[in-house]
Design a protein around this ligand. Structure first.
Ligand code: ZN
Length: 226
């Protein structure tokens, strides 16, 4: 039994005006659709090609990606960061529980629970996928990013945001300004990731794990240490 779901939509090409049928994903299980999963990791899952004029058409819509191996359910809900909050994600949670149960039932084993995450920006979604593929804990990565951002700012760098990135075998934290110009790169220390993870006994869970989450958790951890 497969758990991936999609519908077919009629799309009108903005370039040539002709219509065509295109797949619209609702649930993409990585292990069932390697090609679509590869497109998702490049941020191209919702991009379709017009068969008449070859124009690339971006169909922005929400979808959910599931990895049964990594036990993760990752939502992409295109919206502004402010619109993504506890209240707006609530309607999805019940479906996620059903999906996790159905996957557990069909595999015949009730393994570890699924990690649920919600993202509003495609760049955040792609970053989460990369972190997941690399077998890292995104909560620890966000805390490490937070520290890198604060250190950079304290040194006078106009950092707007930082990103986890992998280039070949090399793992990096990249710092950008508010125009997304690259300000600097720092090697990401996996050993430190493992040490941080081991040192925090009750790392809080969260379904929206982003820079704001990290800043709040970091403040809590620092207060505890004093
Ligand atoms: Zn066209």
């Amino acid at each position: 039994m497969t758990h991936s779901r999609f519908t077919t939509a009629t799309v009108t090409c903005p370039q040539c005006g002709k219509t065509f049928e295109a797949r619209r994903w609702r649930t993409l299980v990585v292990e069932e659709n390697h090609e679509a999963a590869a497109a998702a990791s490049e941020g191209n899952l919702t991009t379709v090609k017009c068969p008449h004029c070859s124009a690339e058409v971006e169909l922005e819509y929400p979808f959910v990606l599931v990895s049964t191996v990594r036990r993760a359910i990752l939502h992409y809900l295109p919206s502004s960061a402010d619109e993504l909050n506890e209240k707006t994600i609530r309607p999805y949670l019940e479906d996620d529980l059903h999906l996790a149960d159905a996957i557990a039932d069909s595999s015949g084993v009730r393994g570890e629970p699924f990690t649920l995450r919600f993202t509003a920006q495609m760049s955040d979604f792609i970053e989460k996928l990369m972190i997941l593929a690399d077998g890292l804990d995104d909560r620890v990565v966000e805390l490490m990013k937070h520290v890198a951002r604060e250190h950079g700012r304290a040194a006078g760098m106009p950092i707007d945001h930082v990103r986890y990135y992998r280039e070949g075998e090399r793992q990096l934290v990249l710092a950008y300004d508010d125009k997304t110009e690259l300000l600097g790169a720092q090697d990401f220390d996996r050993a430190m990731h493992d040490r941080v993870k081991a040192s925090i006994s009750n790392l809080p869970e969260g379904m929206i794990v982003d820079g704001k989450w990290a800043a709040e958790v970091f403040a809590g951890l620092t207060a505890e240490a004093h």
